[in-house]
Design a protein around this ligand. Structure first.
Ligand code: ZN
Ligand code: ZN
Length: 304
């Protein structure tokens, strides 16, 4: 079974620290990797964690603040040096293309692969991408500039066929794909064997939501309701609640409030301000509201 995992490459906020680089993460579902945000230093973190450039096809950018996109041009250029030929797809607000296109023309002329831009409307909750494994939806957030989070929904897996039933009913191999999709089986004598006798339920599809950067915003709750894992920014502690409000960020407690109200499986808090030498303070505040809270850490993987 291919694992569903999230690797945080960077969980800092605007200023990098010795411990945290700006936002970047890689979500892995069914053997495919999707990058979310690409702050400065993302390609270095990828190398440190042995992620292969060739396995990454899609990058989703939440908004056009530097700590979420300054890593793109370096990463794109390095992928070219590595001889990449497959297209790289960027999903972002249209202004990203305006900003990045001149840099690509200047620094990446004659590159061996294409960068393809896909436009997102950050003010709408809508399907922005899908492939065989996953559907990705935008989640409008409340920030100083247009900003959206992302909801990744794994598509339903096929049912698991029972080996003993294949042998017992002598099921021909060509009928197995249909049975895995839910069909019944008819024996040579005409007896109908219901699907539930032949298969077991697959593991439920995983759902992951990424919400950074945002002020406390209850409108996101229906979009992230019941997800297996929610990553929500917690830039500040409660002591900086006014600053959080004026910069349109969240406190740890507010992130946990969203997790509690949306009844998520687990909460990972990140986008941590450089001002806290002891991040456990932030973590404790969130845990008081939502027990299953994890404090994000650079270069750490989490199973969904
Ligand atoms: Zn940020
Ligand atoms: Zn921002």
């Amino acid at each position: 079974m291919q694992k569903a995992s999230l690797t945080i490459l960077g969980c800092g906020s605007a200023l990098p620290t010795r411990k945290n680089t700006p936002s970047c993460q890689i979500l892995e579902l069914r053997g495919k990797q999707y990058m979310i945000d690409c702050g400065e230093g993302s390609q270095i973190r990828m190398r440190q964690m042995n992620f292969k450039a060739s396995r990454l096809g899609h990058i989703f950018i939440s908004h056009l603040h530097g700590d979420h996109c300054f890593g793109l041009i370096g990463l794109i250029s390095s992928f070219g040096m590595l001889g990449r030929t497959a297209e790289l797809h960027l999903h972002a607000q249209p202004d990203l293309e305006k900003l990045l296109r001149p840099q690509l023309e200047y620094f990446c002329e004659g590159m061996s692969y294409e960068v393809v831009f896909h436009s997102i409307d950050p003010y709408k909750h809508q399907l922005i991408f899908e492939d065989r494994s996953v559907s990705v939806y935008s989640i409008p957030l409340k920030h100083r500039v247009a900003c959206c989070g992302f909801l990744f929904e794994e598509k339903a897996r096929d049912r698991n066929i029972r080996r003993d039933m294949i042998d017992f009913y002598n099921i021909p191999i060509w009928q197995i794909p249909a049975i895995k999709k839910g069909s019944d089986f008819q024996t040579e004598s005409g007896e109908i064997i219901p699907n539930q006798n032949l298969t077991t339920a697959p593991i439920p599809p995983k759902r992951y939501a990424y919400c950074s950067d945002t002020a406390y915003h209850e409108k996101i709750i229906p979009y992230v309701q019941g997800v297996d894992c929610l990553y929500h920014e917690a830039t500040f502690s409660g002591a900086e609640a006014l600053r959080a409000q004026s910069t349109k960020h969240s406190t740890a407690r507010q992130a946990a409030e969203i997790a509690r109200k949306a009844q998520v499986g687990k909460l990972i808090i990140g986008h941590l301000s450089a001002r806290y030498s002891d991040q456990n303070l932030i973590w404790k505040e969130a845990k008081e509201v939502f027990e299953n809270t994890l404090l994000a850490s650079d270069m750490t993987s989490y199973e969904l």
